[in-house]
Design a protein around this ligand. Structure first.
Ligand SMILES: CC(C)(COP(=O)(O)OP(=O)(O)OC[C@H]1O[C@@H](n2cnc3c(N)ncnc32)[C@H](O)[C@@H]1OP(=O)(O)O)[C@@H](O)C(=O)NCCC(=O)NCCS
Length: 167
């Protein structure tokens, strides 16, 4: 198993992973739309490859928030259903977060299950003064600070790429 930046040749396999892992095509469509957007950061579209087969994908794209120009959101992440529960998703996310840090980003926000994302250090975002524009529970809105001591100067409403609004 190894983790690397997605290439154009991987696109169909990546979208197929999202189509099979999620109940609808929304996430596959989101990935396709984000690739065409200004929020896309090519080195932060990362695949898990095992023996020449793409088995997972995670995408980090840029968001806007007051106090920094180095903010990301993690969405979506998926592992092929016949390869879930083997630790691949966790390793893929950890690899991706290291890549975000190395690229100089300061925070990552996401919406997801705190029981899953807490293991990577994500914590509730609203107590930091961060807000999201979605009709989703605040408990699911989480942040990971990638750099020490930046939390105090970054707050307010997070603005997402228009592709998220098409979901
Ligand atoms: C979530 C996902 C990427 C995790 O990948 P994975 O390779 O199965 O994950 P790992 O083997 O590293 O970790 C498994 C853990 O994730 C948990 N988990 C898996 N899917 C989950 C989900 N949708 N929500 C919450 N927890 C989930 C498992 O219960 C397990 O927890 P445990 O370690 O406490 O037992 C994968 O299960 C997947 O593609 N799910 C469908 C798509 C999805 O829900 N994506 C995330 C949306 S926020």
């Amino acid at each position: 198993m190894h983790f690397r930046q997605e290439t154009p040749a991987d696109r169909a396999a990546v979208e197929a992973i999202h189509r099979t892992a999620f109940p609808t095509d929304d996430e596959a469509d989101l990935v396709a739309a984000l690739r065409e957007s200004d929020a896309f950061v090519p080195e932060l579209s990362i695949v898990a490859e095992d023996d020449g087969r793409i088995v997972g994908h995670v995408l980090f794209t840029e968001v806007t928030v007051a106090g920094t120009d180095a903010a990301l959101t993690l969405a979506p992440v998926a592992v092929h259903p016949d390869r879930q529960g083997e630790g691949t998703g966790s390793r893929l996310i950890r690899h991706g977060l290291d890549a975000c840090r190395e690229a100089g980003y300061e925070l990552v926000v996401l919406h997801g299950d705190p029981a899953f994302y807490g293991r990577f250090g994500f914590e509730p975002a609203t107590p930091y003064g961060l807000e999201h524009p979605f009709d989703l529970p605040d408990e699911a809105f989480q942040v990971l600070w990638l750099v020490d001591d930046v939390a105090g100067r970054i707050d307010g409403r997070v603005t997402y790429d228009a592709a998220f609004g098409e979901l």
